[in-house]
Ligand binder design. Structure first.
Ligand code: ATP
Ligand code: MG
Length: 429
């Protein structure tokens, strides 16, 4: 048995091959059926000529609708008119599973494609996105392991909210209330006291009520935390990690990127260092572009788009005002109105893909902040313990996997960066 990718090559011309897959397109004309077959690796035309295959095979080929699963045998030939330049001239054509009329045809509404997601994920675009995503994840994992980070497995069911408590999903947990994790950060922080450099890949849950093209209710979150690291070291890890992810996608998925209309050359050019732009500079730049922002304005999709639309490389925005970020970030001694933190924005208008910071180590400051916000201190007791027993400077960040996929695959909407998007409107299929 061969894969379609293996068969699409000059060396294969004249060879006998066996393939299996699904009918992607089919038409017949006179005594010939032209069936385009797809498998995990690509598509190829199969011509089934009456008389060249058993009669029964020809009848089945003529009536098999798209998405029928088939096994074929035949000889590879060059054919300029066929997609990919090659075809297989069948000597056998066996239908394994006939397909009912497929509910997805060309030009379907977004809603229908979401209703039929379990079938739409068979599309070539979704196939390509899934492979690019896997290559990005592998690039990240390889980078972490080469750099002595330990992959850890933090809990998903939690009692506290590291991020915005208004976006927590509450669950019934036996006879108590618990929450789905928004971030593994606190747990990763606890693990650096024995492992020093850790990372995790987990789903994070955010009850994002606003419908934006870059927010999911459930997304895959790659987070890292490292002892003895300041925020500059943290940014260096981010630029190296992102570069390693992109390089692996370019290496493993050049065809998939092209299918998605992403020129791999634009990704190949991306390497450290990435520009560092102070929050204040970002405000000045946005004002120069006529946007109504001032010190204390948050950067949303529009602002991030303005900053990055003409950029070829990602850019760090550093030192946000404290009022825009959570309590666990470390104050910037050079400007105490701000934190030692950064958001990494993807170029071409895509915007935030990573949020990171050096962490506060002074419990008194964190307690004052939590009290001011009226938080229940019992929930944070264990977290505050971490600063009591051999506290060390440390930093970390969270990278939204679907955000980086959206950028790399040039998607219009983050929902296409995940097979089953969870949003305010949808938990089915
Ligand atoms: P945003 O301002 O875009 O809502 P955030 O500041 O809430 O992001 P963080 O809490 O710093 O984001 O989370 C770390 C990373 O997780 C972000 O940089 C982003 O890549 C990703 N992320 C956050 N929220 C979502 C979401 N709802 N869907 C997909 N990815 C997300
Ligand atoms: Mg958010």
């Amino acid at each position: 048995m061969s894969s379609i990718k293996q068969v699409l090559s000059k060396d294969m011309v004249g060879k006998k091959v066996q393939l299996r897959g699904w009918i992607y397109r089919t038409r017949s004309s006179g005594g010939i059926v032209f069936a385009v077959l797809r498998d995990a690796t690509g598509i190829i035309q199969v011509t089934v000529k009456k008389g060249n295959v058993p009669d029964h095979d020809f009848e089945d080929a003529a009536k098999a609708a798209i998405e029928s699963s088939v096994m074929i045998e035949g000889e590879v030939a060059e054919d300029k008119r066929a997609p990919g330049g090659f075809e297989v001239r069948a000597s056998r054509f066996t239908v394994v599973g006939f397909s009912e009329p497929f509910p997805i045809t060309e030009y379907q509404s977004t809603e229908l494609l979401l209703d039929q997601r379990h079938l739409w994920i068979r599309s070539r675009e979704q196939n390509a996105v899934a492979k690019v995503k896997a290559a990005l994840l592998k690039g990240a994992r390889d980078w972490f392991h080469e750099n002595d980070y330990v992959e850890v497995t933090p809990p998903i069911v939690t009692a506290v909210a590291p991020e915005d408590s208004t976006t927590l999903f509450q669950i019934k947990y036996f006879d108590r209330i618990a929450y789905l994790s928004q971030s593994a950060q606190f747990y990763l922080e606890s693990l650096i006291f024995s492992l020093e450099k850790v990372y995790s890949l987990t789903p994070s849950f955010r009850a994002e009520k606003s419908r934006t093209p870059r927010h999911l209710a459930e997304y895959w979150h790659m987070e890292m935390e490292a002892a003895w690291m300041d925020n500059e070291g943290n940014m260096e890890v981010q630029e190296q990690l992102v570069t390693a992810m992109l390089q692996n996608a370019v290496k493993e998925c050049p065809m998939e990127l092209q299918l998605l209309k992403r020129d791999p050359a634009t990704l190949r050019k991306i390497e450290p260092p990435f520009e560092r732009m102070k929050y204040q500079e970002a405000m000045d730049y946005l004002q120069s572009k006529g946007q109504d922002v001032r010190w204390g304005s948050d950067l949303g999709a529009i602002e991030e788009r303005t900053i990055t639309v003409d950029k070829q490389l990602p850019v760090f925005i550093v030192n946000y005002p404290k009022e825009l970020k959570p309590f666990y970030m470390k104050e910037n001694p050079e400007d105490p109105r701000t934190y030692k933190n950064s958001d990494l924005l993807a170029p071409e208008g895509y915007g935030e893909i990573i949020g990171g910071s050096e962490r506060e180590t002074d419990n008194a400051r964190m307690i004052a902040w939590l009290e001011e916000k009226g938080e229940n201190m019992d929930n944070y007791k264990w977290y505050l313990d971490l600063r009591k027993y051999g506290s060390v400077p440390h930093s970390g960040f969270g990278l939204g996997i679907e955000r980086i996929v959206t950028w790399v695959c040039k998607l219009d909407h983050i929902r296409d960066a995940i097979p089953y998007p969870r949003t305010v409107a949808r938990v089915y299929p």
